[in-house]
Structure formats: C-alpha cells, structure tokens
Design a protein around this ligand. Structure first.
Ligand SMILES: NC(=O)c1ccc[n+]([C@@H]2O[C@H](COP(=O)([O-])OP(=O)(O)OC[C@H]3O[C@@H](n4cnc5c(N)ncnc54)[C@H](OP(=O)(O)O)[C@@H]3O)[C@@H](O)[C@H]2O)c1
Length: 329
C-alpha cells in the first residue's frame, strides 16, 4: 500500500515539492489543506490531488493521511506539527524547523512520546552529490577535516509587505538562508561548542545579514555568511589535512563538486538530481514511514536540534526579534 501524503500550506515551496512526487515510488499525495477552502481547492485541482481541506485541523483529522508535509512559514510549523503527531501522523517539516530551540525540542519530545516519524525537510543532505561528498570524507579523501566555509545570499531589498521582513512569519536571512550554511557545517563537523555572530538588523527586528563563526572541539571551525542585502555565489568549501572540496554554487543543491587532493589533479564530479531535487528527501520519508521508523539516519532530529541551537545563539547575540508561533491550531 502507498504512503498517503497530505500537504499543509499551499504556497511557493509546496507547489514545487508536489511536482516531484511522481518520482517517488510508493507515495501518493491524497490531500491538501489551506486556511482557505478556495486556495486548497485550487491547489488540489492544479496538482490532481483528490481531497482539499479549508482548515489545517481538517487535514490533521483526515484518517486517510499518513504523513503531513508542513510548508507554512517557519513559526507556523509548530502548531501543525504538534497536532499532527498527536493525531497519529508522521511529519516532514520545512526548514527552518521552528524559530526557537524550545519549540523544536517540544516537537521532538512529542515525536518521541508518540513514536511517530518526524524530520526536517533539509533537502541538501539528500542531494546525490552531497551524499557523495560525505562518502569521500568518510573514506579519508581529505585526511582530517578541519574547517568549512559557506555562504548563501540573495539580494532582497526591504519590503515590509514581504514575509522576509516580518518577524511574525519568520522573516530574516537566518531562518530562510543561514540555516543552509549552518546545517552544512553541522553535517560535516558535528555539534559546535562556540557560536559568534556579527550582523545587522532591519528596523522590523529581523536580521538582514550575518557572519557566523562556529568553533568545534580540537580547534576545528566554520565561517558562514548569509544575507538578504547582497547576492552571493552560494558556495561551500571543506578543508582537510590532505586536500579540499569545492561544492560549487549553489551548494545546497549542487550540480558539481571539485575534489582537490595534494599531489593529484583536481577531480570534478557531477551527479544529477531527480526532478527538482526534492525527490530524494521524499523517498527517504516515504521509506521510513513505510518501514515504521521514527527517524531518518540521514537527517536525524539531534542534528536539527543542534542547528536550531546555533540559530538561537545567533538570534540572541544579534538581538533579533523572534516570534515563535502558537502551540495549538
Ligand atoms: N526547501 C526549500 O527549498 C524551501 C524553499 C522555500 C521555502 N522553504 C520553506 O518553506 C516554508 C514556506 O515558505 P514559502 O516560500 O513557500 O512561503 P509562502 O509562499 O508564503 O507559503 C506559505 C503558505 O503557508 C500558509 N500560511 C499559514 N500561516 C500563514 C501566515 N501566518 N502567513 C502567511 N502564510 C501562512 C499559506 O497558505 P494558506 O494560507 O493557503 O494556508 C501560504 O501559502 C518556509 O518554512 C520556508 O523556509 C523551503
């Protein structure tokens, strides 16, 4: 039997992600929910989805759904994820998982209590080339890995009507963009023991740009940059004692990486994505839910908590206004 998916929050990313489901064996999108019955019906008609719901509560109560893909703004993930888990549904929660470490821990605790599957939709970790990079590191291609650099910037001038500049819907560079370099560094280097942030806030209290330095045991480090005021290449580099890897733009869904090893010619590696690249995370969730697993080994909740803790420290150091959403639908 197929794993039956429901979509919550039919916005920009949801419409891209649902187009990858035809590439996912054993998965079917059976329902969509919006805060508006009309928007839900329009999304269902556009994407050939059988049922549409005019409230998030209705899809949480829909017994014909096994797993919800939560694609609302980040502060609004919390109420849907908690309600879904409490009503017996697995969840795939868009990045940033929440906007506070406390809300992330709350969801993780309910997932543990219920034994249900929960995962952050950090699609980068499932990209074929990123999986390859991790294999190269594990095989010792770089020697001892010492440092990571990564940037992700988009020029997005101040617009108070946009969710990027509204703390009530998780605005700012950190939660939309900075989460990628931070998660990438966490994937490679583990859990940092120090966080130092330098950045600038908009008058709304959201961050428009930050440089983040992470320190790890044994002096390893990550230098990360995210911005809404300048476009940047979106490149990552991993440095080791025997060489380095360039993850060419954009590193969060790369087409090409270049391995540079001391004494060897550079080696360019390309690997295709399936669909728009969301397929790989959807396959993982579908397989985990079908097998009754409560977590992904590739994107475990402990890593999501670690990333949220870094973002919480950055937000505190910059004095950002952070508004977590309600706990209840
Ligand atoms: N993985 C990726 O590549 C990627 C890319 C972009 C965004 N994202 C993540 O996906 C999430 C959604 O981003 P998006 O760009 O798709 O946003 P969006 O276009 O604004 O869509 C979000 C949807 O959430 C619903 N919603 C619920 N409460 C809301 C509120 N208070 N204000 C506004 N909308 C609300 C709305 O649908 P209804 O009102 O119809 O229910 C809206 O269409 C974010 O967490 C973001 O970081 C991920």
């Amino acid at each position: 039997m197929s794993v039956r998916w429901g979509v919550v929050g039919p916005g920009r990313i949801a419409s891209k992600v649902v187009r990858d489901f035809p590439h996912v064996p054993g998965a079917e999108v059976v329902a969509v929910a919006s805060r508006s019955a009309e928007r839900a019906a329009a999304f269902a008609a556009e994407h050939g989805i059988a049922r549409s719901h005019g409230s998030y509560r209705a899809i949480v109560d829909d017994d014909g759904v096994d797993v919800l893909y939560i694609a609302t703004p980040h502060p609004q993930h919390r109420a849907v994820a908690l309600a879904a888990l409490r009503s017996g549904k697995a969840v795939l929660v868009e990045k940033a998982f929440t906007v506070t470490p406390a809300a992330t821990r709350e969801i993780v605790a309910v997932a543990a209590e219920t034994g249900l599957f929960a995962m952050e939709a950090m699609w980068t970790r499932f990209q074929p080339l990123i999986v390859r990079v991790q294999q190269l590191i594990a095989d010792g291609a770089l020697g001892e890995v010492e440092a990571v650099q990564a940037d992700l910037g988009v020029r997005h001038p101040t617009d108070p009507t946009d969710r990027f500049y509204n703390p009530a819907v998780g605005g700012g560079a950190l939660f939309d963009l900075g989460v990628y370099p931070i998660s990438f560094a966490q994937m490679v280097l583990g859990i940092p023991d120090s966080v130092t942030a330098h950045g600038v806030l908009d008058q709304s209290g959201v961050d428009v740009e930050e440089a983040v330095q992470l320190g790890f045991p044994d002096g390893r480090s990550a230098s990360l940059f995210s911005s809404l005021r300048c476009a940047t290449p979106g490149q990552a580099r991993i440095f080791g004692t025997a060489g380095w890897i360039d993850v060419l733009p954009r590193f969060h869904h790369p087409d090409t990486v270049v391995l540079h090893r001391t004494g060897h010619d550079p080696m360019e590696i390309t690997l295709p994505r399936t669909g728009a690249g969301y397929t790989h995370e959807l396959v993982e969730v579908t397989e985990c839910v079908a097998a009754g697993r409560s977590e992904s080994a590739i994107m475990p909740l402990v890593d999501t908590v670690a990333v949220q803790d870094v973002m919480g420290a950055v937000a505190d150091q910059l004095g950002m206004i952070v508004q977590e959403g309600p706990a209840d639908l």
